[in-house]
Design a protein. Structure first.
Lengths: 251, 226, 219
């Protein structure tokens, strides 16, 4: 490997180049995530003022909203990697999609959980079938479907292709689901009750929200890099480049 | 039993005089479960030629045949039929192709006649031709029975009966001799030889030594490592 | 030639009538479970009728889809179909239409009976049947994608449902709201236009999607 400092991104499409890069980057992003999260949570829970309508319970928004955003962004990323993996047969893209899925599912679950916790003091009930929570629930099914299909097929090549195809079908379906759920909601509940309505944002709240979002991003990058490394190691057993490396070691 | 003459040829080094190759395989590489089975496979076949693919279990014989037919995408390389890329001109290729895999491709609820008619797909075949073919396959008495009542050998003969009626030029057969008794093997040999004499092409795998009198090239996948 | 394929599926169905009867039986039982499990109050039944019947139709379709490709994969005829000199999408379209005629159309024909069981009025039953008439083909067309991806897997029953649920939700919402709107005297033109559009789009796009999914499976 040459010692030039220019980064050729296509180089990292190869797992053997990706691995050391991930090794260097993951701790950096994890550290960043912790720092941002601490600051963001501090501002959100202690500095931002009490909301006149919802009291202190609105503070769960600092977890709920970033988690919901992440759940959607990650699915978008996953679908993008799925397209690259399926169309151009880049194995690294498949590894990235596979590594993104559990984190996306986790954020979706957190969004649902925090949504329910927010709902209790606000509407008096833990769950409400509003458009956004229901869409989150269906998004969770999309993630579970991807992971379930991937693990159900024994042949890994077929599994990655099938799951990637499913992800692409899913991403096409997401706007359809979203709008149909919104429509369904208006049918049955009159005007939809949006939980962030009435919470006019002060600059403190906004900065806390943004910090938490960046913290989630940093966390996602760190954890996905690590997971991708683990996947690479696991597949190392059958990967061609690994056998070439071991052949070089013997000579 | 006639002694078969097998011509072993080294790839890329054999000089062939025919100017037009009907089937060309160029640089084919095939993967199975992320293992590269072989790469750089190049073969050219012209009318009347046959190719016998040998190799150990797991060498990739079936995968090669499937890649040839387009059922599985190769990791690299391409297949040309009449000098046209088979992935681009799929329908032209498929109309000239007959593939028989390990499975018999018969619906067990349908009877022999219905199965044979179905197997020939787009071809228009008269009832007499079907009866004739079934009779030659030794299934004349059984033609109205659902195939689930047939023995393994009989089912195999039913799926081979389509060879009698098809107008496909390229025959790709995966282990066609399995479950056949001595007489059926002779019968199949005669069909294959007639096909080659009629300028047809044949690609097949078989664990057993071939008993045909016709000359067939041999491709050993063991020598074609990745 | 396409007629050949269509008649092949019909012939096969003739030999395997009991499978289709099983699916229909499931539909009847599933619908019956709703009043049994919830309440037999006539007003309540009228309210849940569209949802119950649609959900039962949904699950029956998924159950029937299981048989769409699995046998053909097992006996090798699926490979032969993929090697036919016809565009695979066209071949699949014919197969899916045949599959709907065999498994979906009976559900549509049974729907009026179900409507009566739930005490729906005549015009509501008409809307219900129409919604299923347009909706069940879409269920089959979309469901085939899930079936194609999971064919041959050992434990695919629950997995297919999980995969198809997000795809089916918009259609479920459309179909049930059409009937509910009819009950409330609201105009249902919009609902049926959307469902008709969904049917046309899936008729055109789904065979290609299923073809891609099958190529992935057979690879």
């Amino acid at each position: 490997m040459s010692a030039t400092r220019r980064i050729h991104w296509m180089k990292y499409a190869s797992a053997s180049n990706f691995y050391p890069l991930a090794n260097r980057l993951a701790p950096i992003f994890m550290g960043l995530a912790v720092v941002l999260a601490v600051i963001g949570l501090y501002i959100g829970f202690f500095v931002a003022p009490v909301d006149y309508q919802q009291g202190n319970s609105y503070r769960i928004m600092f977890l709920h909203v970033p988690a919901a955003w992440m759940s959607m962004f990650i699915y978008l990323l996953l679908a993008m990697y799925a397209i690259i993996s399926l169309v151009w047969r880049v194995k690294m893209a498949d590894i990235m999609a596979y590594s993104l899925a559990p984190t996306g599912a986790m954020f979706t679950f957190i969004a649902l959980l925090t949504g329910a916790l927010w709902g209790r003091p606000t509407w008096g009930t833990y769950w409400i079938w509003d458009a956004r929570l229901t869409s989150e629930l269906l998004l969770l099914f999309l993630y579970l479907g991807y992971m379930g299909l991937y693990s159900a097929i024994p042949d890994r090549q077929r599994a990655s292709r099938a799951a990637s195809f499913l992800a692409i079908v899913g991403i096409v379906n997401v706007p359809i689901i979203y709008f149909s759920v919104i429509w369904w909601n208006t049918l049955h509940q009159g005007s939809s009750f949006s939980v962030s309505e009435g919470a006019s944002m002060t600059s403190d709240m906004l900065s806390a929200l943004l910090l938490m979002t960046f913290a989630c991003w940093a966390y996602t990058i760190a954890i996905v890099l690590r997971r991708a490394q683990a996947v690479i190691l696991e597949r190392k057993k059958v990967a061609l480049w690994a056998s070439q490396i071991s052949k070089n070691k013997e000579t | 039993m006639p002694v078969s003459r097998l011509l072993k040829s080294k790839f890329g080094k054999e000089k062939v005089n025919e100017t037009c190759f009907m089937l060309e395989i160029e640089g084919l590489a095939v993967e199975r479960e992320e293992r590269l089975l072989f790469s750089g496979l190049s073969v050219k076949l012209s009318a009347g030629e046959g190719l016998h693919i040998v190799g150990k279990n797991g060498a990739g014989k079936t995968t090669l045949l499937r890649a040839l037919c387009g059922l599985t995408s190769p990791a690299a390389g391409l297949v040309k039929w009449h000098e046209q890329d088979t992935t681009e001109f799929r329908e032209e290729f498929c109309s000239d192709l007959l593939y028989l895999g390990h499975k018999n491709a018969n619906k067990t609820e349908l009877n022999c006649r219905e199965n044979l008619r179905l197997a020939l797909g787009v071809q228009a075949i008269s009832d007499e031709e079907i009866s004739d073919a079934l009779h030659k396959a030794g299934l004349g008495m059984l033609s109205h029975l659902p195939t689930r009542f047939l023995s393994q050998g009989q089912q195999r003969r039913l799926s081979l009966a389509r060879l009698l009626l098809t107008d496909a030029t390229l025959w790709v057969l995966d282990e066609p001799y399995v479950a056949l008794d001595y007489k059926a093997i002779e019968w199949l040999d005669s069909i294959l030889e007639r096909h080659l004499n009629n300028k047809g092409l044949l690609v097949l795998t078989s664990h057993q030594a071939l008993t045909m009198t016709a000359t067939i090239r041999v491709l050993n996948l063991g020598e074609q490592r990745a | 030639m396409l007629w050949k394929l269509f008649s092949r599926d019909m012939t096969l169905f003739m030999h395997r009538k009991q499978d289709v009867v099983t699916v229909l039986g499931f539909f009847l039982i599933a619908v019956a479970l709703f009043p049994l499990g919830i309440s037999s109050d006539p007003e309540l039944l009228k309210t849940i009728a569209p949802g119950a019947i649609w959900i039962a139709a949904l699950f029956s379709t998924v159950l029937a889809l299981d048989r769409l490709f699995s046998e053909d994969l097992d006996d090798g005829t699926l490979e032969q179909q993929m090697l036919m000199p016809v565009p695979i999408a066209l071949l699949l379209l014919v197969r899916l239409v045949a599959h709907w005629v065999i498994t979906g159309l009976p559900l549509v024909l049974l729907a009026p009976l179900m409507g009566l069981q739930f005490g729906l009025a005549f015009n509501e039953i008409v809307i219900l049947t129409l919604s299923l008439l347009i909706g069940t083909p879409v269920l089959v067309l979309l469901g085939a994608i899930g079936a194609a991806l999971t064919v041959g897997l050992k434990s695919s029953g629950g997995l297919v449902t999980l995969l198809l649920l997000p795809l089916y939700v918009p259609l479920l919402i459309l179909g049930t709201s059409a009937v509910t709107s009819a009950m409330n005297g609201v105009d249902v033109t919009a609902h049926f236009s959307l469902m008709g559009a969904a049917l046309l789009v899936s008729l055109v796009l789904s065979p290609f999607a299923v073809a891609t999914a099958l190529k992935i499976t057979l690879d």
